[in-house]
Design a protein around this ligand. Sequence first.
Ligand SMILES: [Zn+2]
Length: 214
Amino acid sequence: MAKLYFSYAAMNAGKSTLLLQASHNYRERGMNTLLFTAALDDRAGVTTIASRIGLKAKAELFSENDNLFSKIKTALEEGEINCIFVDEAQFLTKQQVWQLARVADRLGVPIMCYGLRTDFQGKLFPGSSELLAIADVLREIRTICHCGSKATMVVRLGEDGAVLIEGDQVAIGGNERYVSLCRKHWEEKTGSWPTDELDSPTLELEPKEDNKNE
Ligand SMILES: [Zn+2]
């Protein structure tokens, strides 16, 4: 049975490199792959997925109104495809994740999705949320924080290098940068720690008065 895979990570973990390498392994054995990546606007057509270490390959763009089941079904009628790869899978809609699941279940082609787990506010992306819920196989791609701990969170930095707390989940065409951090340092960078609750008078750290008298 073909499976739906989700490989997730924070930023700069080398997701595209792993995707391109895996696709290359199929092609080296004479098999065909089909690659998709997010358009982030209404563009359609073909683009290039490139990795920082120099690998690249052609990929079809997907945007939120595309029916990926139909697209892939049409592509399969034109020729054999042994595996489908989806980069930037966090930008899939929930419906598109189900469309990809149906390709695996009903058309028999494995689907390998690669994407971010959470956005810069620590919230799941819609595509990642649905993939975490229904993928057959979940794989974590590890990357590390500056402290050496596993980085699971992302901060968005503005042009001046300051951490941005507010803003759209997807920034298009901005000059923002993203940095991967461990949860502890993410809380500190985003100002969630130290928390006000520590010295709040409403937080009862001491036993209540009436309990002491018992
Ligand atoms: Zn850290």
